[in-house]
Design a protein around this ligand. Structure first.
Ligand SMILES: C[S@@+](CC[C@H](N)C(=O)[O-])C[C@H]1O[C@@H](n2cnc3c(N)ncnc32)[C@H](O)[C@@H]1O
Length: 247
């Protein structure tokens, strides 16, 4: 049985370091060990980038490798290895915080890490400090309310098919497509078929200096998008918010 230590997941927001909550920031300042998903090719990952202005010299930074693959067994091994790295501190009674871009309960590795740590030692306490997730940040960047009144909101993760999109569109008033990069071409054709070019927008790297907004998507049948891109499509017309354009 380990000493009572806490693994605290902190959602550090979508990119702008000022979009971290006061509570998350305070916990970050107090932390001795800060874990986060390692970046690709030895570059800083986005979570590390977001917290870098707040780094204290005595803090231990612990990058954890999570491969970008779908194979369950490879992922499980990675979660297990990461859990062991984190548990090396927790077992000594040292709290660890894990920072995740956006929110920690919203398509985040933290949920798997926390489960793997608890299976190593059920006495470890898990705490979650929420953060601003990317659809909210993207709506703010666009200056368009994400939902209004009785709007029904659907969020689709990666690997959806256009068929899913059709089904969801029959129900929802607003649809957010996460990880749109790999399916953008198919989505563009669907937007064309539905005549929705002026009711959709893509936001990449929302709230960071690299942010890009693509509205009036008819002009962009092909886009080389980064991983941090999402698309929002509304049933509502967007002209009132200055998005879209040609009627
Ligand atoms: C694994 S999910 C993580 C979601 C994250 N936990 C959140 O709360 O938003 C990664 C996807 O989130 C979206 N995403 C996250 N941050 C973003 C940002 N700053 N700008 C645009 N899209 C973002 C992209 O669609 C990306 O492929």
């Amino acid at each position: 049985m380990g000493l009572m230590a806490t693994l605290c997941g902190i959602g550090v927001g979508p990119g702008d370091p000022e979009l971290i909550t006061l509570k998350g920031w305070r916990r970050l300042q107090q932390a001795r060990v800060i874990a986060f998903p390692a970046g690709l090719q030895r570059r800083r990952g986005i979570a590390e980038e977001i917290i870098s202005p707040y780094k204290e010299p005595q803090q231990i930074y612990l990058p954890l490798e999570f491969p970008y693959v779908l194979a369950e067994d490879v992922l499980e091994q990675a979660w297990q290895k990461a859990a062991e790295q984190v548990y090396a501190y927790l077992a000594q009674g040292i709290d660890v915080v894990f920072v995740s871009e956006g929110d920690v309960s919203f398509y985040s590795t933290f949920s798997y890490l926390a489960a793997a740590v608890q299976s190593l030692d059920p006495h470890i306490a898990i705490e979650v400090i929420p953060g601003i997730c990317s659809p909210l940040a993207a709506a703010a960047s666009l200056g368009v309310p994400l939902t209004l009144g009785s709007d029904r909101l659907a969020i689709l993760p990666a690997m959806y098919h256009v068929e899913d999109l059709r089904r969801v569109w029959a129900w929802a008033d607003v649809v957010v497509l996460m990880k749109v990069r790999s399916v953008y071409g198919h989505v563009w054709h669907w937007l064309k078929e539905q005549d929705l070019f002026d009711q959709a927008a893509v936001v990449t790297w929302a709230t960071t200096p690299k942010q890009q907004i693509y509205a009036s998507l008819r002009d962009y049948p092909e886009l080389e998008l980064p991983y941090f891109s999402l698309l929002i499509v509304w049933k509502r017309r967007l002209q009132a918010w200055g998005v879209g354009g040609r009627e």
